[in-house]
Design a protein around this ligand. Structure first.
Ligand code: GCO
Ligand code: MG
Length: 406
């Protein structure tokens, strides 16, 4: 008689190969392992504790094949629903169980999700610089690397530092100190400068390159409407996170005034954070991620709702989402019908070594691994050589000292 398969071990691995990552590894009694990303930038140890204290004890002895039931158990069963810590922990379990299911089936996860809907996953890279000339050089280098879509961020004259302008061109990392550093913001300086940057980029690179810009939640709806309108001549693929999104109906105002497409969602945790945005077609791209939005199971649900309402995916892929999250995202990106774009900020070589993976970049596309499961792992011995280092995201103030959104 065949004995049912059970989870016999689950452990949390915290490592800092350049930045902090939290990874869950689940092991079955047949020796199959699965990994899930649980990284929440600047709050890593909260998710690690949630997993260790509250989730792992309930996983031991469970059937790893029951992905949906486990998701419902952890979501409904916790009584306290939603929030980034809980949903990142659920995501890690869910992702690891999909990895196990793929390995048991002998198939890459995208095959379990319905198979390939496209040949590759179009990604966008980050061109940034302190000055417009630096930005133009950075865009040219991404074009040379083969990117088909490029996000453009620049320093703003009069502001000492600006979001999105990294020290290191390929691995922008804003979490830079244990106690948050402070940056300054001026909406007036920003709004008056940004259109001239895109005018120069279009002049140099022509009308067809996909261009994106991240506002990082800093405007009010009417300010965002003005920005969107002033960028219309430069035909952006999207303006990202134009306003903080707690108030979903706020996006109606932006929509009434501009045809610049809108992307939002990197801080969303569940379908309830974007249900109105999607249902009322107030956005064009939903940018939630596997790790912060409850795993492959829940993100698939969000993307399916989006597909009904002409909204495409645009998944977040900054360096604080580990290669495990990136691998999981790529399987989903390849399978869903309404894929839009995938962000791809490269990891440092040290991170790539700690997380051996089979996905690869070619010609502006990322291709997931064809190995069974997710095609990514964590080298636990190497991970142990990089102990956790406290690091927080910055905070942001207006020039008069008022706290603002970072
Ligand atoms: C993006 C994001 C990131 C976030 C970071 C926070 O679009 O890639 O805005 O740069 O700031 O992921 O942890
Ligand atoms: Mg962003």
């Amino acid at each position: 008689m065949l004995l049912p398969v059970r989870i016999v071990d689950a452990r949390v691995i915290v490592t800092c190969p350049g930045r902090n990552f939290v990874t869950l590894k689940i092991v079955t009694d047949e020796g199959v392992t699965g990994v899930g990303d649980a990284t929440l930038n600047g709050r890593e140890l909260s998710v690690a504790a949630y997993l260790t204290e509250h989730v792992i004890p309930t996983l031991i002895g469970r059937d790893p094949a029951r992905i949906e039931d486990t998701w419902q158990y952890l979501y409904r069963g916790a009584y306290w629903r939603r929030g980034p810590v809980t949903m990142s922990a659920i995501a890690a379990v869910d992702t690891a169980l999909w990895d196990i299911k793929g390995k048991v089936a002998g198939l890459p996860v995208y095959q379990l999700l319905g198979g390939r809907s496209r040949e590759g996953v179009t990604v966008y890279g980050h061109a940034n610089g302190d000055t417009v000339d630096d930005v133009l050089t950075a865009v040219a280098s991404y074009v040379d690397l083969g990117y088909r879509a490029i996000r453009v961020q620049t320093g703003i004259p009069g502001l000492p530092v600006t979001y999105g302008v990294g020290k290191d061109k390929l691995f922008y990392e804003p979490a830079d100190a244990a106690i948050p550093t402070e940056s300054a913001w001026s909406t007036e300086r920003y709004l008056s400068f940004i259109p001239s940057v895109f005018a120069r980029v279009r002049e140099e690179f022509g009308p067809t390159l996909k261009l994106l810009h991240d506002v990082h939640h800093r405007l009010t709806p009417i300010e965002a409407a003005r920005l969107g309108r002033s960028l219309e001549p430069y035909a952006l693929t999207w303006m990202e996170d134009p306003v903080p999104a707690e108030l979903q109906e706020g996006f109606r105002l932006i929509r009434q005034h501009t045809t610049t497409p809108i992307a939002v969602g990197e801080v969303f945790n569940t379908i309830w954070d974007c249900e109105q945005l999607i249902r009322e077609q107030l956005i064009d791209y939903i940018r939630a991620t596997v790790v912060h939005a409850g795993g492959i199971t829940h993100l698939r649900r969000i993307f399916d709702l989006a597909a009904l309402h002409h909204v495409r995916s645009g998944s977040h892929g900054a360096t604080d989402l580990s290669p495990v999250c990136m691998a999981a995202a790529l399987h989903l990106d390849l399978a869903i019908p309404n894929f839009g774009l995938q962000e791809y900020m490269r990891h440092t070589p040290a991170t790539d070594e700690v997380f051996p993976h089979g996905y690869h970049f070619a010609d502006g596309y990322l291709h997931p691994s064809e190995a069974p499961g997710l095609g990514v792992d964590i080298d636990e011995d190497l991970a142990a050589k990089y102990p956790y280092r406290p690091a927080s995201l910055p905070v942001n103030r207006l020039e008069d000292g008022t706290m603002h959104n970072w």
